[in-house]
Design a protein around this ligand. Structure first.
Ligand SMILES: Nc1ncnc2c1ncn2[C@@H]1O[C@H](COP(=O)(O)OP(=O)(O)O)[C@@H](O)[C@H]1O
Ligand SMILES: [Mg+2]
Length: 270
């Protein structure tokens, strides 16, 4: 008998609801799967619920008075719905939050050292740093500069580098392209794709820039109003007329920030 071979999912999020302050229902039954070793995008406009979805997975809701009120999340087969954020990090989930936070008064090299997990040996750390610098040659050049003086793109690279030091099996990135020039987005996304392929690292990428994201992921989920309204391969999404009209910018621009007439027609919601 022929068996269909599918990559098992490293992450399974099943009908998850998130409440903030016990009243604000931010996501309303979101189901997302990340097959092992794949790169998956969560797309959607501002306020759709993308960041909340990532926080539900990494366990960062608590500090914002949010909690999962329904559904469950399993990672590598373990139910992590109630797990502490720190334990999820130790399991291999790394969440690069929006806004490329780095220690500005430290150098990139010191930032990488500070991000290393407790107990990582100096020699192991140096191996990891060298690997990160080989992926991001710009960071290598600036490794001893003060991070506060790096460009936005370099800071984003450093934020990703800080995540890589922890050797995650699932890397989650929240809008890494925000505010960056298109050539930098292309450069960073190209490097992400390379890391994904060479390290076999699973990636969950949150983006408003659908055009750039759909170039590097295998599948995408479109979230609107706290719900997944579309899911498909990158090819299928790029070919979809609603996606083209509302998200790939028919001349209006290439990302969600420029989307006009957005609520005029949303067939997938009806
Ligand atoms: N800490 C919070 N407290 C209350 N409401 C929040 C909080 N964070 C986000 N929200 C609300 O939840 C919804 C989804 O937000 P978010 O997940 O940040 O969307 P996105 O990342 O897609 O822009 C929005 O309506 C937002 O206003
Ligand atoms: Mg967000």
């Amino acid at each position: 008998m022929q068996e269909k071979v599918e990559a098992p999912s490293i992450l399974v999020m099943n009908s998850v609801e998130v409440l903030y302050d016990n009243v604000m229902l931010a996501i309303k039954g979101v189901s997302v799967q990340v097959p092992k070793g794949e790169m998956i995008a969560l797309l959607g406009s501002n306020g759709a619920g993308k960041s909340t979805t990532l926080k539900a997975i990494s366990g960062l809701l608590k500090s914002e008075r949010g909690h999962i009120s329904r559904g469950e999340i399993t990672f590598e087969g373990t139910n992590i719905t109630e797990m502490l954020a720190q334990d999820r990090v130790e399991m291999g989930i790394c969440h690069v939050i929006e806004g490329r936070r780095v220690f500005e008064h430290l150098t990139p090299d010191e930032n990488l050292t500070a991000a290393a997990p407790m107990g990582m040996s100096r020699s192991k750390l140096n191996v990891e740093k060298d690997k990160i610098y080989s992926y991001f040659p710009r960071l290598a050049e600036r490794r001893n500069s003060q991070s506060g003086y790096l460009s936005g793109g370099e800071q984003q690279m450093l934020a990703i580098g800080r995540a890589l030091v922890t050797q995650p099996s699932l890397l989650m990135l929240d809008e890494p392209s925000l505010g960056l020039a298109p050539f930098l987005v292309a450069e960073i996304f190209g490097i992400l794709q390379k890391i994904n392929r060479e390290e076999g690292m699973s990636v969950l990428l949150v983006e408003q820039n659908a055009l750039a994201a759909l170039e590097i992921v295998s599948e995408g989920y479109l979230i609107e109003n706290g719900r997944v309204v579309m899911h498909g391969t990158a090819e299928a999404l790029k070919a979809n007329s609603d996606i083209q009209e509302f998200y790939l910018g028919g001349g209006e621009g290439t990302d969600f920030h420029n989307v006009k007439h957005y609520s005029r027609r949303k067939r997938w919601l009806s």
